[in-house]
Design a protein around this ligand. Structure first.
Ligand SMILES: [Fe+2]
Length: 459
């Protein structure tokens, strides 16, 4: 079994660990907290979707060359009810009641730490101790679903967000909002997508927001008839909604793109009158069935690809090109270049297995076992750190050496599962030379399940 599958089950304990042994030397400038979050069901239920587990936060506090670790479930209404009942309760991706699962991303903005899950408003936490403060309220009219992938404009400090399936979950309604650097609402608008779908991520450039509606369709009627609430309908084209950030929402226009699926955007920027959007693109959506419930034969794995939207194209036709053959997920950048032209990106790659002349062997595939650094100056020659067989890695997070350091000058932090010992290490790499291996690793006596996303919060 791959390290990724072995590290999928939840952990059952909340712990506080100090004096974690460190191999190598942690850079003294690393002073802050790496936060990660992911599904960690309190009571694992047979057949439950990976996305539907209660959120658990993992914090690595780094200072003075030492590491402390702490993990806590987010005390959502559902988690509290489950704990009181002593068993798993109904409710998964079709459930929009309460404050949700708080399991997908964790961001710090406007003085608040927010656990995000896209079907609900954020849940606020306390950074010190990770106590749950409750559903985060924003000024009216902000309400309802809030993406787990907001974008922070590095120039203005604004946080851009959107929601889908709002006001009616599984419907085509969407919203777009902007918070200022202090967390106050600057704009909030509603619009309608060409069809209802799961919209996990979006793109933002200095002047535009782009909402990718892809054929991972949503349907309440299908769900009521006993089918899946979300399903892959690959015969549909994608629709990319383009909105100038300062224009009224009725100016939003849709560009078509041949059928494909991307969960995540690496970055987007303006190249004259063309919007470039780098995504991890697959043939189909992994992890979801067809409308009749049958599995998608082969989603193909996601590869770094570039969408181009020519704002002067009156036919409103977007195109996609492949940038790198390595399959993977969880793309990240030096966030100081968010929405701007950029050079460096990172993602977690799969080892396709079959290291013989016969090639790919699904039986020996090792998903999420490579840390990949893309230098867009030479995208065909990625800089790669390969973990040992049986290991797996979660999303890596970039930390700049200093606020004024040049793009990519800093560290890449990643949490690796060590299959042979059934526990996890925090790894610190030189972000522009991950192939050289970690500069330092902190060895936890416990396992940090795969999870989804994380971020660095400087002290
Ligand atoms: Fe995500």
């Amino acid at each position: 079994m791959s390290g990724f599958l072995r590290n999928m089950p939840p952990v059952g304990l909340e712990v506080d660990l100090v004096d974690i042994p460190v191999k190598g030397r942690l850079p003294p400038q690393l002073d802050g907290t790496l936060l990660r979050i992911g599904p960690n069901p309190l009571f694992p239920a047979e057949g439950a979707h990976w996305f539907a587990g209660d959120g658990m936060v993992h914090a690595f506090h780094i200072a003075g060359g030492t590491v402390r670790y702490q993990n806590r479930w987010v005390r959502t209404a559902r988690w509290l009810a489950e704990r009181a009942a002593g068993r798993a309760l109904a409710g998964g991706l079709e459930d929009t009641a309460g404050d949700g699962l708080a399991n997908t991303n964790i961001v710090h903005h406007g003085g608040r730490l927010l656990a995000l899950e896209e079907a609900h408003p954020p849940v606020a936490l306390r950074l010190d101790g990770l106590a749950t403060l409750g559903s985060a309220d924003f000024d009216a009219p902000v309400s309802g679903p809030f993406t787990a992938h907001p974008k922070v404009d590095p120039v203005t400090g604004q946080l851009l967000f959107f929601g889908y399936g709002t006001p009616d979950w599984l419907g085509p309604g969407m919203c777009f909002g902007v918070l200022d650097a202090g967390g106050r609402v600057e704009r909030f608008d509603r619009f309608e997508a060409p069809y209802a779908s799961m919209v996990h991520d979006f793109a933002a450039t200095a002047h535009y927001a782009v909402f990718p509606v892809q054929p991972l369709t949503a349907s309440r009627e299908r769900m009521r008839a006993g089918g899946p609430p979300f399903a892959w309908e690959g015969e549909r084209a994608c629709a990319l909604g383009v909105l100038h950030r300062n224009a009224p929402v009725d100016s939003l226009a849709w560009w078509s793109l041949p059928s494909c699926h991307a969960y995540h955007v690496m970055n987007a920027w303006e190249d004259g009158s063309v919007l470039r959007i780098d995504v991890m693109q697959a043939h189909a959506a992994a992890l979801f069935p067809r409308p009749d419930g049958s599995p998608v034969a082969d989603a193909g794995g996601a590869r770094l690809s570039r969408w181009s939207i020519d704002l002067d194209d009156r036919r409103h036709t977007a195109r996609s090109e492949l940038l790198c053959e390595v399959r993977g997920e969880f793309p990240r950048i030096d966030e100081r270049r968010s929405g701007l032209p950029y050079r460096h990106g990172w993602f977690i790659g799969h080892d396709p297995g079959g290291h013989d002349p016969g090639g790919h062997d699904p039986g020996s595939e090792q998903p999420f076992s490579r840390i990949v650094h893309i230098d867009h100056a030479r995208p065909l020659a990625p800089d790669v750190h390969a973990l040992a067989d049986g290991d797996a890695c979660s999303e890596a997070v970039f930390v700049a050496r200093s606020p004024g350091a040049e793009e990519g000058d800093g560290w890449l932090l990643a949490v690796a599962y060590r299959g042979a010992a059934d526990r996890s290490d925090l790894l610190v790499f030189d972000a522009r030379d991950v192939g050289a291996g970690p500069l330092a690793s902190a060895s936890l006596p416990v396992r940090v399940p795969n999870g989804f996303h994380g971020n660095w919060i400087p002290s």
